[in-house]
Write a protein that binds this ligand. Structure first.
Ligand code: HEC
Ligand SMILES: [Cu+2]
Length: 426
């Protein structure tokens, strides 16, 4: 009965536009009027989010009707009983009513009706969006998502990849970017290793909390291949506002290719004979970033899925010697204590897995675009990008008495080599 309600928000928008607020507020951007920002809950692209949106519309329409009735009665009373002359202002108030059973019963009945109209589709949606429907369980894809202060780990229990220690296989792990098959129901088992986080990809589904010592899950489905913005939606400390993530939905073939590539161990770039007399690749100059400077280019912002695809292939002009130097620094500068690059050095599990960091579109949990300039910005001074993050602890450390101890120190050359290494990890 409520399957295709018109969008009441569009009406409200028309009213605002008529009032001329568009020009006053300066919000005349196209996205704003189409209500199609990256994290829009109005322009959705998944079946679960669509069902939840219908519930929102029901509530909106019911509230709108109540608003119109109450506003009309108020306007009528204000007009009818206004003071018409100076004498009226000091007159006795009009006779007061003391309860009219018909009006009172009518109001109770109308409220109950309004609540029932809201409750029926709400309860229906709570049940049907809770988990993958039985009939579709066979087609379901299952992954695990874990919240860390302030990033997300994603694990593919169905896909095994060789580990470092013994070469034995363990589930494939990525960080901050979850790649899923489009069109299929996906169940994400949600956990946290520290405080409460909340997993929210507005275009695909509502939020579900990640709660310590409690098994939660979310069910979602992307209509078609796409790139979706997500965000932790439960305050979780210093960097909560920049604890973001992405979901990339791919068709079956591209998804299979991605899984195949990700289950490889870290890529090693072999030196080529021609390398010896080739000019060194140019890295982005080490400039200082303005405070809060955006970490994302317009090109990426407009067509993120294409940018994602472009990241899957190795860069041209890779410098094998520089990359090898970067790999060495990754070890000596203690990056391996927290990070893993499968097949290379490092067994750290307290930070995002970097085995294929070069093939991801973002770093620092969705905050910065993954390119040489932003990578350098991040490893130069993580704290200036994301205040309080746990990688920064390795840069500025203090001992038990609070005295500063030497942390990670990188020269511009070190940074260039580390960036080349990280970018080579496709
Ligand atoms: C103390 C542990 C620790 C050390 C040491 C450390 N990192 Fe990190 N690193 C982290 C954590 C934690 C994050 C996630 C930060 C966040 O987004 O909140 C991170 C994030 C990153 C990322 C972004 C990953 C992503 O998917 O968003 C890169 C790249 C990175 N580190 C590179 C390095 C390099 C290079 C070094 C050595 C110079 C290093 N890290 C040393 C803990 C560490
Ligand atoms: Cu969080």
């Amino acid at each position: 009965m409520f399957s295709s309600l018109p969008n009441p928000v569009r009406w409200v928008r028309a009213v605002i536009a008529l009032a001329g607020l568009a020009t006053l507020s300066g919000c005349a951007k196209l996205n704003f009027w189409q209500m199609d920002g990256h994290q829009s809950t109005i322009v959705v692209e998944g079946s679960v989010a669509r069902e939840q949106l219908q519930v929102f519309y029901v509530t909106c329409w019911v509230s709108l009707v109540i608003f119109v009735i109450v506003a009309a009665v108020l306007a009528y009373a204000t007009f009818k009983f206004r003071a018409r002359s100076a004498a009226d202002e000091h007159a006795e108030p009009p006779p007061q009513g003391h309860g009219n059973p018909f009006i009172e019963l009518g109001l109770i009945g109308a409220s109950v009706l309004a609540l029932v109209v809201i409750a029926v589709p709400t309860l229906k949606a709570i049940w049907s969006t809770y988990d993958v429907p039985e009939a579709e369980k066979a087609n379901m894809y299952e992954v695990n998502g874990t919240g860390y202060q302030w990033w997300f780990k994603f694990e593919y229990p169905g896909e095994l990849a060789p580990t470092n220690a013994t070469g034995a296989k363990a589930p494939l792990v990525t960080g901050n970017e979850l790649v899923i098959p489009a069109g299929r129901p996906v169940r994400i088992n949600l956990r946290t290793v520290d405080v409460i986080h909340s997993f929210w990809v507005p275009k695909l589904a509502g939020k579900v909390d990640m709660i310590p010592n409690r098994a939660n899950h979310i069910y979602l489905r992307a209509d078609k291949p796409g790139y979706f913005w997500g965000q932790c939606a439960e305050y979780c400390g210093d960097s909560h506002a920049v604890m973001r993530f992405r979901i990339i939905a791919l068709d079956a073939k591209e998804f299979a290719e991605w899984l195949e590539q990700q289950s490889q161990t870290g890529r090693t770039v072999a030196p080529r004979a021609a390398d010896a007399n080739r000019a060194k690749p140019q890295f982005a100059a080490l400039r200082s970033f303005k405070q809060n400077e955006a970490g994302i280019t317009a090109k990426f912002d407009v067509n993120p899925l294409e940018s994602w695809r472009a990241k899957q292939a190795p860069e041209k002009n890779e410098d094998a010697a520089l990359i090898a130097a970067g790999r060495e620094l990754f070890k000596t500068k203690t990056c391996i204590a927290c990070h893993t690059v499968r097949g290379h050095e490092g067994g750290g599990v307290s930070a995002p897995d970097l085995t294929h960091i070069g093939s991801r579109t973002t770093i620092a949990a969705g905050l910065l675009e993954n390119n040489s300039e932003q990578l350098r910005r991040w490893i130069h001074n993580p704290n200036s990008v994301k205040p309080g993050n746990k990688m920064a602890l390795a840069y500025a450390r203090t001992d038990r008495e609070g005295k500063p101890v030497d942390g990670i120190k990188l020269t511009p050359e070190d940074e260039g080599a580390l960036v080349a290494y990280l970018e080579s990890l496709k």
